[in-house]
Ligand binder design. Sequence first.
Ligand code: 13P
Length: 251
Amino acid sequence: MAQKFLVIANCKQGGRTAFFDQLLSELASCSVFDDISLVVMPPVPYLGQLVSASPQVFQWGVQMVSGRSGTAWTGSYDASMVAEIGAQYVCIGHSERRQHDREDSLVTISQYQQVVEAGLTPIFCVGETAKQRAQGQSITILESQLSAVFNSDCFAKLPKHDIIVAYEPVWAIGADKPADAQSVSTEFSWLTSYLTAQFSHGQYTLCYGGSVGPGNCQQFAKLPEVNGLLVGRASLDIDAIKGVLLECSGY
Ligand code: 13P
């Protein structure tokens, strides 16, 4: 069976109970789920109640886990906890966490390991900043972020699992003027070569994220390299996320 196109809704620190109730009821009636696999990543406090209420048409994820073991980590939660309340996916290495929460490569590796060992699927985000891009370092940055995990000793010991990589150029996230697919074609070509060299075809999914919404999602969805989208702000606008789902069904 052909792989479904993946849409991941990263709600970040947004949405409240009333919003999620409406999202569930409106998305349940969308007739796109034969073509699209939808993963919703709400803030963790809402996850348990949403999973209990949710129709089985889509799946759930969280936006981070601690990567630490043991109990003496106030405010933290690990992958086995979110697995218990229904998460199947965990976002790792999002640029907002790399930048604002100082999650470096070592943290990313331990989170990745914890996620896979808990039986969940990591959604591994990579991307260069505007400054790095202006200095011609995009590929160097992508390679170092990917290799930090995929070439680590720890990765080599992990059980086989689905590989999901989300290319999210930092300069395109939350941008007034979104990236167009043409401007990131070099990065997509490089990412495709890198991933096919590391993993067999069909074992990985390459997603794009950065100001994706209705109106521009198709230009990314129709790229042969891209099998999914990571959606930020548009996840918090029910018409917009429905628009993305409708426009991307069939890819
Ligand atoms: P925006 O779609 O709001 O630019 O956010 C993208 C993102 O960070 C998804 O993880």
